[in-house]
Design a protein around this ligand. Structure first.
Ligand code: TXA
Ligand code: MG
Length: 385
């Protein structure tokens, strides 16, 4: 959707917190005044929590920081409030939302089955945190939240603001990632302001997201717990707690049908065409350098997604004026790579590159989630060398 210029008015609120009222005009679509607050997540301001609470309680939309990615929240018990989420994101209505809770009473209210020993063990170990569990839903959860499914996805986020907002409003909050549908998930305040100003009632800007990829979605309904979306809690960590864990076969190849409805969509996609190159580090770097050279000769603007270890190879070959090289960090630290990945994809867009050549990441630990998102961003365009 085309977006015209935004303008910003600074409002001086009584309690001295700088906020911005943002009006955005879209060519058709939503046109809301959005209040933007910048907060200190380690020292929460109760006035801002109260203001956000009143938006949630009156059926509005609030973008909130979480440890995984920023979320676009609304009252999970109201069909009308939830419909505003789908509208703000431009999200297909057959893609269900995750319900965020702050306490077990809330969980019991929204699920329609007893908590199994496996679910209990996982909650004890990973909540609050980046793990979403699928339960049978209770009649309290509107069908818009679950896109008509009889199950509901639930997580307790590890974020002081999100937990306080849920607690203060006394309501579970449905929240997808706060990006425009199809775009990379937002991990920094500027991402949510770019995507959501003018489309939601309030944006809370906190820290950059610590984890940087979304929660792991785990289905416990079958005999073997199954990962429907790899994320912040890793396969290896889950195995430590509950033993055997399967990975939804629909995730593995381009033509598979994933069990989590959202996983079937083209996603996380930067504007540029993207190709992932996989193999031994040196062979990958050689191939990337060759591809970059050829694309530049064809007058394309090139982006390279590298690691700290290989960045030097590309920067010694190419002039930084001609090519955009972004490192996700050291190959030794997959959590750093995860935390930076979505921001890197957005940075390539900002730089206006035509093509992105990306080094594959090793698919272990959180690297499994990173590669899952990269493959989707690249439309499963992978070259093995
Ligand atoms: O980390 C996260 O999970 C973030 C933050 C904001 O909490 N949220 C997030 O939500 O990533 P979203 O809507 O972008 O992704 C939710 C995923 C989708 O792939 C969706 O299809 C799947 O969870 N999902 C939701 N409910 C489901 C259900 N009942 N059964 C299977 N998959 C479900
Ligand atoms: Mg999402």
């Amino acid at each position: 959707m085309l977006r015209s210029r935004a303008y910003y008015d600074i409002i001086d609120l009584a309690y001295g917190v700088p906020a911005f009222l943002v009006s955005n005009f879209y060519t058709g679509g939503i046109n809301l005044d959005t209040k933007v607050f910048y907060i200190d997540e380690d020292n929460l301001d109760i006035n801002i929590i109260k203001e956000a609470t009143s938006v949630i309680r009156s059926g509005g939309t609030v973008v909130i920081p979480t440890e995984t990615v920023y979320g676009l929240g609304a009252n999970a018990l109201s069909s009308e409030a939830v419909s505003r989420i789908f509208k703000a994101k431009g999200r297909p209505s057959d893609n269900p939302l995750i319900v965020h809770i702050s306490c077990l009473d809330m969980l019991i209210y929204i699920i329609g089955e007893p908590i199994s020993p496996k679910a209990q063990a996982l909650m004890d170990r990973f909540w609050p945190g980046p793990l979403t569990l699928i339960f049978k839903k209770s009649s309290k959860v509107p069908r818009e939240v679950t896109a008509g499914l009889e199950t509901v996805a639930v997580r307790m986020p590890d974020s002081s603001f999100a937990l306080s907002l849920i607690e203060e409003s006394g309501l579970p909050i449905a929240a997808p990632s706060a990006n425009l549908s199809g775009k990379p998930s937002p991990t920094m305040p500027e991402h949510v302001v770019n995507d959501m100003a003018g489309r939601v009632d309030m944006i809370i800007c906190g820290k950059d997201s610590r984890v940087g990829v979304e929660s792991t979605v785990l289905d416990l309904s079958g005999d073997i717990p199954t990962i429907l979306r790899p994320g912040g809690v890793t396969y290896e960590q889950l195995r430590e707690v509950i033993g055997e864990v399967a990975i939804d076969p629909g995730l593995v190849d381009k033509d598979g049908v994933p069990k989590a409805p959202g996983m079937k969509y083209t996603h996380y996609a930067p504007e540029a065409e993207m190709l992932i190159v996989k193999g031994h580090v040196k062979a990958v770097a050689d191939k990337l350098a060759q591809l970059a050279k050829e694309a530049m000769e064809a007058n394309k603007r090139v982006g390279i997604l590298s690691s700290d270890e290989t960045k030097i190879i590309y920067s010694s070959l190419f002039d930084s004026e001609q090519i955009k090289i972004i490192s996700l960090g050291s190959r030794e630290s997959s959590s750093t790579m995860a935390a930076r990945m979505f921001a890197a994809l957005r940075e390539f867009d900002k730089a206006g590159v035509d093509v992105i050549y990306a080094e594959a990441v090793e698919e272990v630990h959180i690297g499994m989630a990173v590669m899952n998102r990269m493959k989707k961003a690249a439309g499963f365009n992978i070259l093995e060398v």
